[in-house]
Design a protein around this ligand. Structure first.
Ligand code: PMP
Length: 285
C-alpha cells in the first residue's frame, strides 16, 4: 500500500507527492526541515520542533504559508494516515519553484511536505557496546558563513564529514569548529562525563541546538547530575570518563572510542546508561 504524504494542504498518495525540478530546495538546498519521532502515538516535543522549523525559516527569510498549529496538525495527521504510532517524521519546507537563478524572490509557493515513515535506528549492538567515531577533517561551517543553528536543506557540510567517517569504518564522525573546538557530530550532539559532571559544547561552538540534547540536559538536572555547556577540545573527549551522542533518530548512544583512543573503560558508562533509561522513560510518558 502506498504511503500518504502531506503536501501543502492535504494528504496525497506517495506517487502524487512530487515537487518541481525548478524548486530551489532541489536546485540550491534552499529550504528548511525537521526530523521528529512519535512514541506510542504521541509526537515527542512537537511544539519545540515546529518552533525550530519556523526559526530556521525566519533566519533564511522563508515564509511558511501555514500557521504553527496547522504544521503541527499536519505532522499528527500524516502519522495517523499511515497508521504509525511509533514513527519518524520528516517535515520539509522548500523555497518553491522559481527561475534558474539564486534569487529567492523569484520563487513562488514554498512547498510544505510531511513524510511519516518508520525509523531505522543505529544497529542495536552499538547501543549495547558503544560507537567508534573519528574526527573529520571537514570543519563545521562557521556561523558567519551559515549558522549551524539553521536546520537547512543544505547538509553538504555534514555529508562531507559523514563520508570521512564512513571511509574510516565509522557510522558517525566528530566535527570541530574553525577554532578547533568540538562542535557536534554529523547528525547528533555530543556529551562527555568527567568527574561525575556532564559537559556539552555551547551553541556558540557552532552546533544545532538539538531537541534531544535539551531533553537530556533536563534529565541530567532531574537526576542530580551537574550539567554544563562548556568549550571542549578533543583532549577533553579523549580523557573523558564517558561520551555519548544525542539526536532524534539516535536517541542516546554511547561512544567508546574516538580517533583510536578508548574512552573511559571502553564500555558504556553509568551516567550514559542512567540517562538512556531516563530518556526512554520520558518519551513513553
Ligand atoms: N546536530 C545535527 C547537525 C543534526 O542534524 C541533528 C539531528 N537533527 C542533531 C544535532 C540532533 O538534533 P535533535 O536532537 O533535535 O534531533
Amino acid at each position: 500500500m502506498s504511503r500518504m504524504i502531506f503536501m501543502n494542504d492535504r494528504l496525497v498518495p506517495e506517487e502524487q507527492a512530487v515537487v518541481s525540478v525548478f524548486d530551489h530546495g532541489l536546485l540550491y538546498g534552499d529550504g528548511v526541515f525537521e526530523g521528529l519521532r512519535s512514541y506510542g502515538g504521541k509526537v515527542f516535543r512537537l511544539a519545540e520542533h515546529v518552533d525550530r522549523l519556523f526559526a530556521s525559516a525566519r533566519s533564511i527569510c522563508l515564509e511558511i504559508p501555514m500557521s504553527k498549529a496547522a504544521v503541527a496538525k499536519a505532522v499528527v495527521d500524516a502519522l495517523a494516515a499511515n497508521k504509525l504510532s511509533d514513527g519518524y517524521v520528516r517535515l520539509v519546507v522548500t523555497r518553491g519553484a522559481g527561475s534558474l537563478g539564486l534569487d529567492p524572490n523569484k520563487t513562488k509557493h514554498p512547498q510544505v511536505i510531511v513524510i511519516a515513515d518508520t525509523i531505522s535506528l543505529y544497529p542495536r549492538e552499538y547501543y549495547e557496546r558503544g560507537l567508534r567515531i573519528v574526527t573529520a577533517a571537514t570543519q563545521r561551517t562557521q556561523s558567519a558563513a551559515l549558522s549551524p543553528r539553521i536546520k537547512s536543506l543544505n547538509y553538504l557540510n555534514n555529508i562531507m564529514a559523514k563520508l570521512e567517517g564512513l571511509q574510516a569504518g565509522c557510522i558517525e564522525a566528530l566535527m570541530l569548529n574553525h577554532k578547533g573546538e568540538v562542535a557536534e557530530c554529523t547528525g547528533d550532539n555530543v556529551f562527555v562525563v568527567r568527574g561525575g559532571r556532564l559537559l556539552t559544547p555551547p551553541p556558540d561552538a557552532g552546533i544545532l541546538e538539538g531537541i534531544t540534547r535539551g531533553a537530556v540536559m533536563e534529565l541530567a538536572v532531574a537526576a542530580g547530575v551537574d550539567c554544563r555547556e562548556v568549550t571542549l577540545v578533543r583532549h577533553d573527549l579523549y580523557t573523558a570518563d564517558e561520551c555519548f551522542l544525542t539526536g532524534t533518530a539516535a536517541e542516546v548512544i554511547p561512544v567508546v572510542e574516538i580517533d583510536g583512543r578508548t574512552v573511559g573503560s571502553g564500555a558504556p558508562g553509568p551516567v550514559t546508561k542512567r540517562l538512556t533509561d531516563d530518556f526512554h522513560a520520558l518519551v513513553r510518558r
